[in-house]
Design a protein around this ligand. Structure first.
Ligand code: AKG
Ligand code: FE2
Length: 375
């Protein structure tokens, strides 16, 4: 099976822990280093200033994930904290850039240029999609449940359909201008990275305001409560498009998969149990087999490490939007702790077997003691 299937072609990005991200987030240009600001001699604080309330950077098109700027702000020296938001951005970008290895910096530069080219040439058909207006995108019951934010309210809407996003316009533009776009992954020859088309701020909001509250309840064990970056893209299947998608795990903690349409036959998702890196190729247990038929307008939310694939779309045209949500906190913790995979079906079984063996050994020991005392 294909594990972390995008690894081969990821644009490496820093996502807080130095962990590899995919090509979701643009990163800073190398030239910014050469044009270092007058503040570049300043150093970060050793400890965060937890009293400080960071600025919001959500509305800006930034070189690193927006949430990283808010987090880093607590470490700014007092003389920088008083500067304008733009100056703080410049200072923090320089710092983050300094921590990128050289090869990644030039790759980052190319990706930034690539995005800039798209943004300055592409005319969005539905500009309203670039700001997430909940009332236009979701049914009221969904919004109410998120606002309530309880386990009960979240669970009550899990089978509710959520509305789609129009993406056909991208492909039309790509066809007309013959612009060579980067595909979302190595397995899909069709589809597009939504973040490259300027939708990253909107998708960040979707993740923070809607996916994170749900994941906090459902997938807390894989960092659902701390999702802080994403990779958003669309995939297309059918005649003259991709046919199916092999068995794989995603480079995400939580994946949102929304079926946008249109009419199609086939394309079912098949799930085969959640696995950590060590157990990704182990056998499937019968209770882990789950097949799901896509329905336009409906979304599936699953752990990224839940092994899955998509069967052939045998007729029509299927378009799905994927939002791979990641948690830098979870990845950081995982890299330091061995016992960090309670969510892996195989680790769980190994633990249960171990427990069984320990109980067996204890029983035998007690039995022996009882026999000795009886004799
Ligand atoms: O085609 C689908 O619905 C699944 C897509 C998917 O699993 C992915 O892109 O990671
Ligand atoms: Fe996937």
């Amino acid at each position: 099976m294909s594990s972390d299937r995008r690894e081969g072609q990821q644009e490496t990005t820093v996502n807080g822990n130095g962990a590899v991200g995919s090509n979701s987030q643009p990163v800073a240009p190398t030239t910014m280093r050469a044009t270092a600001t007058k503040n570049s001699g300043q150093r970060l604080r050793q400890n965060p200033n937890n009293e400080h309330r960071p600025d919001s950077y959500e509305d800006l098109q930034l070189d690193f994930p927006n949430s990283m700027y808010s987090s880093l702000e607590k470490y700014l020296p007092p003389s920088i904290l008083v500067l304008s938001r733009e100056e703080k951005v410049k200072f923090m970008t320089e710092i983050m850039l300094r921590h990128l290895p050289h090869g990644e910096r030039s790759r980052a530069q190319r990706h930034k240029d690539y995005r800039q080219k798209i943004i300055s040439n592409y005319q969005p058909l539905h500009r309203e999609l670039y700001t997430l207006v909940p009332a236009l995108c979701f049914v009221p019951t969904f919004i109410n449940a998120i606002n309530e934010g309880t386990e009960e309210s979240i669970k009550s809407i899990l089978s509710q359909p959520s509305t789609g996003v129009f993406i056909d316009n991208f492909e039309h533009w790509v066809g007309e201008t013959k612009f060579r776009i980067m595909r979302p992954n190595t397995m899909n020859k069709y589809g597009a990275v939504l973040d490259d088309f300027g939708l990253d701020t909107m998708l960040d909001k979707l993740m923070e305001c809607f996916i994170r509250p749900i994941s906090k309840v459902l997938f807390n064990d894989v960092g659902g409560a701390t999702l802080d970056s994403h990779h958003g893209f669309v995939v297309e299947y059918g005649k003259d498009r991709d046919v199916d998608l092999g068995f794989h795990v995603d480079d995400s903690e939580v994946t949102l998969n929304v079926c946008l349409g249109n009419q199609f036959v086939g394309g079912e998702l098949f799930f085969r149990g959640t696995r950590c890196e060590k157990h990704v190729n182990t056998a499937t247990k019968s209770d882990e087999i789950f097949d799901y038929c896509h329905v336009p307008g409906q979304a599936v939310l699953h752990r990224g490490r839940h092994r899955h694939g998509a069967r052939a779309t045998t007729a029509g045209h299927r378009v799905n939007m994927l939002l791979w949500c990641r948690s830098s906190v979870f990845r950081e913790l995982k890299s330091h702790q061995k016992e960090f995979s309670s969510w892996c079906g195989e680790c769980f079984c190994e633990k249960e077997e171990e427990k069984g063996r320990a109980i067996d050994a204890l029983r035998k020991k007690l039995f022996k003691v009882a026999r000795v005392t009886q004799a």
